[in-house]
Design a protein around this ligand. Sequence first.
Ligand SMILES: Cc1cc2nc3c(=O)[nH]c(=O)nc-3n(C[C@H](O)[C@H](O)[C@H](O)COP(=O)(O)OP(=O)(O)OC[C@H]3O[C@@H](n4cnc5c(N)ncnc54)[C@H](O)[C@@H]3O)c2cc1C
Length: 441
Amino acid sequence: MSTTSAPKTGIKVIVVGAGFGGLTAAIECHRQGHDVSIYENFPELKTLGDIISFGANAGRIFYRWSNGEIARRLRELCIDLSSYGFRIHKWDTGEVVYHQPTPEQKPDAPVLNGHRGELHEVVFRYARDELKIPIHLGQPVNEYFEDENQAGIVLKSGERVVADLVIGADGVRSKARELVLGYVDKPKSSGYAVWRAWFPNTDMIKDPRTREFCINGDTFNGWIGPDVHFLFSTIKGGKDCCWVLTHRDEHDIDESWSFPGKLEDVYKVLEGWDPTCRAIVEKTPSLVDWKLVYRDPLPTWVSKHARILLVGDSAHPFLPTSAQGATQAMEDGVTIAVCLRRAGKNNVPAAVRVHQEIRYERVRLVQKTGETTRDRWHKTDWEKVAKDPKSIAFPREDWIHQHDAEKHAEEVFDDIFKKVTQPELFENVKLLPVGPIPVAV
Ligand SMILES: Cc1cc2nc3c(=O)[nH]c(=O)nc-3n(C[C@H](O)[C@H](O)[C@H](O)COP(=O)(O)OP(=O)(O)OC[C@H]3O[C@@H](n4cnc5c(N)ncnc54)[C@H](O)[C@@H]3O)c2cc1C
């Protein structure tokens, strides 16, 4: 575990976006000795969002920051299910069909589930106040440029800032993606939407039907029904409550987090369900209606001269049922930072291409799990569950969670670097493309 930064590489990196993807890319670039700064659209830090999940593969990354101190700060804000586990109910009868135990937490790779805004604040402050990474707020970046030698961004003042590499970590509505692909990649409806809410336990605790969730520490329950699932957790010893309901929705495509939802619509979906679900939902002061969009995997995350790279949601949005969107954004940041150090200042475009080769297939496979888990739940065969209750468990696969992005990048870098820089030495090398990608007519 290292806390001090590596020797300076002289590589200058601009990161656009200060979400978990952008912050991790910046923190890891700092750790690997690069000179990094962030440009972010929001003018001030706000505690936005609700529940977000980080797998052990993210916990391992957090743990390397400040000798475990950042992981410790995050852990304090997160749900602790070590004794409660995850109770999975049948939607109508409410019976618990499977009680999934919580795997033992590894101190150096904790699983972290908590309020997105609270966790984000910890990471943001660590980057800005402790590592002194310059974070320029109130800077919407809508123009990018590059040539063989450098890349840059245009600020709203018209000022041009240049660097060896620009990392576009600007989320699902990415502008950087337009430059990389050469066209605007419109999201499609996934056919599903999520209602989500986060609120204090004040009313929950007064109602005997819901009190049990708030007086015995943290809890996590899921109700699985026909093409719908409802997840409910209590956090901070039962003080905060949070639920997420995924349901069919073919309406407008919107990738916003703040679209208000209506309780009456939720009640309609919950007709015929275990009354506990409605008893929980009734306590909700306000909720968000978030349409789940889908994107086919982008053909490339790398610009023509390989000096602009997309990471996180701008490259690959995830469905919440994968519980890996933020974690995969973090793995991106770790990987590019390692590749840049290993390749050196004179080989930045090669580093970027190696990053893409390392990350692309893994991300695609993890993305798929969002669909498979949703389908496993939404098309449940209850006879099969009666015989094999584990078949309804939330999958926690080792190939996802045991992965150490930093170690992996270090191990495979040399081989892939050779393939990228000297393809003629190999037979049948098939490398991923760089943009812009011609649009098929
Ligand atoms: C406000 C907000 C709330 C969220 N709440 C949740 C939640 O409750 N649960 C959950 O699972 N996920 C949530 N997410 C999404 C989740 O954080 C991401 O899916 C995941 O962490 C991957 O992060 P990312 O850094 O790639 O993208 P994001 O987290 O979307 O970060 C992108 C960043 O880029 C900035 N940006 C965008 N365009 C520009 C531009 N032109 N110039 C400069 N900066 C720009 C955005 O302001 C944002 O800070 C939320 C995202 C946001 C932005």
